[in-house]
Design a protein around this ligand. Structure first.
Ligand SMILES: [Zn+2]
Length: 233
């Protein structure tokens, strides 16, 4: 699903600002958003504290980095002090003095891994739960942006010739990071209602992304099938 990292450049500044904020709150050396490019790990957005040794655009081969483990296990990795752990004492980041790490995988809407978001520190760092929650919140923001980008791209690729569907996809894309989305979805068949009042079936992945947060209703076909008495009366 990840066609080109260029599609995401418009989000880089806001991701960087969020990471800067988190680095200040967590009082650590460096914060990164990386993306996985085949067998390489690329720094996509980086905190701009001068201490950060990994500027944006730097690419490293996967050779035992902390983020690699986060990517492979698809789980939170927290290493408060790598020097105290046999598993991490030879990790490449230690050469830069970065002995502490906390990172989460960042997912595309289809579940594939975009990359990671992480904080690195030159001192032991146990990252209290508020900092861990901050990291999760910023990951949610990034994943919402990835959803918007994916939906926008899908609509322009597949629905150029159908203005009604294009309009529906645009509304979904515009609202995809909101808690509630004001688009009626049929509770039975999961069709979405377009602005002109037609009910259309979108791909199951779109329904998974936004359906549960949409306003539920019932389409005329399902009304007739499931509540025939209501239709006749
Ligand atoms: Zn229906």
């Amino acid at each position: 699903m990840l066609t080109s990292i260029k599609n995401y450049h418009r989000f880089r500044e806001i991701w960087r600002e969020s990471i800067n904020f988190l680095v200040d709150v967590a009082d650590c050396t460096s914060g990164l958003v990386t993306y996985i490019d085949g067998t390489d790990l690329e720094v996509f957005a980086a905190s701009d504290r001068k201490m950060n040794p990994f500027p944006e655009g730097v690419k490293v081969a996967m050779q035992g980095h902390y983020c690699e483990e986060t990517y492979k296990t698809r789980k939170l990795l927290h290493v408060p002090n790598a020097l105290m752990s046999d598993r991490w004492e030879d990790c490449p980041e230690i050469k830069c003095g970065l002995i502490s790490y906390i990172g989460l995988p960042v997912r595309m809407p289809d579940g594939a891994i975009f990359g990671t978001i992480c904080l690195l520190d030159k001192k032991e760092n146990f990252h209290q739960s508020t900092q861990q929650n901050g990291l999760k919140q910023i990951r949610s923001l990034i994943e919402a942006h990835l959803q918007v980008e994916t939906l926008t791209r899908m609509d322009s690729a597949q629905h150029q010739e159908n203005p009604e569907l294009l309009q529906l996809y645009r509304t979904i894309a515009r609202n995809s990071d909101k808690d509630m989305i004001n688009i009626p979805v049929c509770s039975h068949c999961k069709k979405f209602r377009t602005e002109s009042g037609n009910w259309v079936q979108l791909s199951p992945s779109i329904y998974q992304m936004v359906g549960p947060r949409s306003s539920h209703g019932i389409c005329p076909d399902c009304l007739e099938t499931f509540y025939p008495d209501l239709v006749r009366s």
